[in-house]
Design a protein around this ligand. Structure first.
Ligand code: TK8
Length: 359
């Protein structure tokens, strides 16, 4: 079949590229080596001749992160339930490209699965900025209910306009601050700090309101930027700060929890549409089940990451309620401004869903 030959050809090229670029593209060399090894194993898998479909599934975080553990769970479920007719090759550390590049590859059908943070998805579908509303979710349980409920499902459907199929939400988590200049204890401490943000207009606007000097940047470039001091700081969940080793180049960490970022589990629509219905079902259920597992693993380890950061010598600031209230008020104009882009009705709907989830 022509299509198979094309897929195998593309796969070969991708593997070759991954093997060549391996050691240089990632801030963490040990990870790159691991990836090259896994890619080789995976390619051996496909030469057994039993696989009808090969899925290349990529994420931006490294192999230690719960996101990768979830991806391995997804692989296990899908390969088992299709008796090996679908083979899932897993790539971590942005080896197939950052969130945006991987999404574009899915749109073109040259990659099958990726799971970006929802924030860069807003560049494709403006409504996705809804999850970037600061302090929207009070806790993970409310986030689960809203994401897995009507509002979340409505947003997943919108992905089809962009040649993407959204199967489930996984968890990146509540974002916290790290920087190399001073402890952030209150609003005033943001003043003049050069902060890397995700490529997302709402994030940029919010950090400007806080008095910081934000720069958007792909995650794959972040470690080097922090190390070289081209930015003072960044914001990500503690899992990422700890597991990516950001604390090696950042002295101060504050648990601002300013935004909750979900991951959205995406499949290339051209690929998905070409699958038999029972395989589509298996992918959908696999993404949901692996996602539940991923959320659990992610949450169970939060305390451990915090302690790990402290033990490694980072100065950890627990934000006071007053400081959070002040920050929340300072970013409110951004919420008003972006409600128009997102759609006032949708914003109303999500606030209502957040309220209902707490009843
Ligand atoms: C990883 C990203 C990352 C995100 C970011 O691909 O860019 O800061 O939080 O986790 O999605």
């Amino acid at each position: 079949m022509k299509k198979t030959a094309f897929i195998l050809g593309t796969l070969f090229l991708v593997l070759l590229l991954a093997a060549c670029s391996g050691g240089n593209s990632s801030p963490d060399n040990s990870d790159s080596k691991e990836t090259a090894g896994e890619a080789t194993e995976a390619s051996q898998n496909t030469t057994t001749g039993e696989a009808e479909y090969t899925i290349r599934a990529s994420i931006g975080l490294n192999a230690e992160h719960p996101q990768y553990k979830g991806l391995l769970k997804f692989k296990e479920i899908v390969e088992e339930e299709t008796n090996g007719a679908i083979v899932v090759e897993t790539y971590h550390s942005g080896q197939l490209g950052d969130d945006r590049i991987a999404m574009e590859a899915l749109q073109l059908g040259s990659q099958e699965i990726t799971s970006p943070s929802t924030a860069p998805v807003a560049n494709f579908i403006p409504e996705f900025a809804i999850f970037d509303i600061p302090f929207l979710f009070p806790n993970e349980q409310v986030a689960d209910k809203v994401l897995d409920g009507e509002v979340g499902t409505k947003l997943l459907k919108m992905l089809e306009e962009q040649n993407l199929v959204g199967l489930a939400y996984w968890e990146n988590g509540f974002r916290d601050m790290s920087n190399s200049v001073r402890p952030i204890e209150s609003l005033a401490d943001f003043e003049g700090l050069k902060i890397r943000t995700m490529e997302n207009d709402l994030h940029l606007a919010a950090f400007r309101e806080l008095g910081a000097n934000p720069t958007p940047m792909a995650f794959t470039e972040l470690f080097t930027a922090l190390q070289q001091g081209s930015v003072d700081g960044q914001e990500n969940p503690l899992s990422t700060i700890y597991l990516e080793g950001f604390h090696e180049v950042q002295d101060y960490i504050s648990d601002t929890h300013h935004i909750y970022t979900p991951f959205v589990f995406l499949v290339s629509k051209p690929f998905f549409d070409g699958l038999p219905e029972d395989y589509q079902e298996i992918l959908k259920n696999g993404a949901v089940e692996a996602g539940q597992y991923q959320r659990e693993v992610n949450r169970a380890a939060n305390e451990e990451y915090k302690q790990g950061l402290i033990d490694a010598g980072a100065e950890f600031t627990e934000m006071s309620d007053e400081a959070i209230a002040e920050i929340r008020e300072a970013v409110q104009p951004v919420v008003d401004e972006f409600s128009e882009t997102i759609g006032e009705d949708l914003v109303e709907e999500i606030y209502q869903a957040v309220e209902d989830a707490q009843k």
